[in-house]
Design a protein around this ligand. Structure first.
Ligand code: FE2
Ligand code: FE2
Length: 346
């Protein structure tokens, strides 16, 4: 009985969302096509709407050629392939407490890192047509999110790889850093995959992502070899910007400026990864999870930027002697937006 009722309600809200979407997207010059394929705007289990943005740079793909990105491969014997790094899980209350925060630069390496972040932010604003005096549309935000996340997954992987190579080459322990760094890049890639389930980039966007990755990967690789401490500070500042962006998106959604995102639910991939509880799977909930992840990256990288890169253990995977005091962890119960100081954690 309950099951039937919930199915009916879901079907009704899906229809309602679909109608809302159709109206809003048509209004914004986005082409909406009805197909039998799974939808790409968070409705893949509820409706058969496929949304095809027509304006460059986001999609130039014809509706007839669009396909579900990375569908789960079907094999005879495998039931599922769970994530390598399961998400630690956040409570809604703790996610609501996440806020923008800026760690003031304290010395010249900090100032270099902060200047680099501002330059990158300027480039991103330019590439995605973001203007401070205007509230971006849902489409512009989605372009920005995909582009941002495609860049955000690079530092953790490069830093983790370099520390792995360093450990083998110099025959020294890594002290637990690379796990956290690789986990961070995995988490960033999950952000990207989630957004890609909601909209499909066109050739121009794909080219921009490819070109940016080519430049950014190599620049970060060389920089991390030379000055890893500045690189972690730089990522800390970059994550401050990510928290800022997602805070703006949540505020715009709350203020009713993003009607396309109202009433839609998070894609399956997101529901599974974050273990999103039933009733808390809206676009707003999804943005809360992603912003909370960014706030952890902000904290982790500012903390790592405070440590001795060669000798200090990673506090995020360490066990502490005194368990009565709060210590760095993967959860949100203790939030330190500017990172932990070295003498607090060692
Ligand atoms: Fe991210
Ligand atoms: Fe991040």
């Amino acid at each position: 009985m309950n099951c039937t009722r919930s199915l009916t309600v879901n079907a009704f809200s899906a229809k309602q969302s679909a109608a809302q979407l159709l109206k809003a997207l048509n209004h914004n010059g986005v082409k909406v096509t009805t197909l039998a394929r799974p939808a790409l705007l968070g409705l893949q289990n509820q409706s058969s709407l496929l949304v095809t943005p027509t304006s460059r740079p986001f999609s130039t793909t014809q509706a007839s050629r669009m396909k579900d990105f990375f569908p789960q491969p079907e094999t005879e014997n495998i039931r599922q392939t769970p994530p390598a790094w399961p998400h630690p899980g956040f409570t809604k209350e703790s996610m609501e407490l996440v806020a923008f925060n800026h760690r003031q630069p304290r010395d010249w390496p900090d100032r270099i890192a902060y200047t680099m972040t501002k330059i990158l932010r300027f480039g991103l604003d330019l590439a995605t047509g973001y203007r401070k005096d205007k509230v971006p549309t849902a489409h512009q935000y989605m372009v920005r999110n995909v582009f941002l996340e495609s860049v955000a997954g690079v530092p953790g992987m490069v830093a983790g790889m370099l520390r792995h190579m360093h450990s083998m080459r110099r025959m020294k322990r890594d002290n637990g850093w690379m796990e956290t760094l690789l986990e961070e890049s995995y988490n960033e890639r999950m952000h990207l995959l989630t957004f890609l389930k909601m909209a499909e980039p066109g050739w121009f966007m794909r080219f921009m992502v490819l070109a940016t990755q080519g430049v950014f990967f190599n620049a970060f690789f060389i920089s991390y070899l030379i000055a890893p401490k500045i690189c972690h500070r730089f990522v800390g500042y970059l994550e401050e910007e990510a928290v800022y962006t997602y805070t703006k998106e949540i505020a715009a959604l709350d203020a009713g400026h993003l009607p396309e995102w109202e009433g839609i639910s998070a894609p399956d991939i997101a529901v599974k990864y974050w273990n999103m509880p039933e009733g808390n799977r809206s676009m707003r909930d999804l943005l809360l999870y992603i912003r909370a992840d960014e706030s952890k990256h902000r904290e982790v990288n500012h903390t790592l930027g405070n440590l001795d890169q060669k000798n200090d253990p990673n506090p995020y995977v360490s066990e502490y002697k005194d368990t009565t005091k709060p210590h760095p962890n993967k959860r949100l119960d203790v939030q330190k937006p500017a990172g932990w100081e070295r003498d607090e954690v060692l």
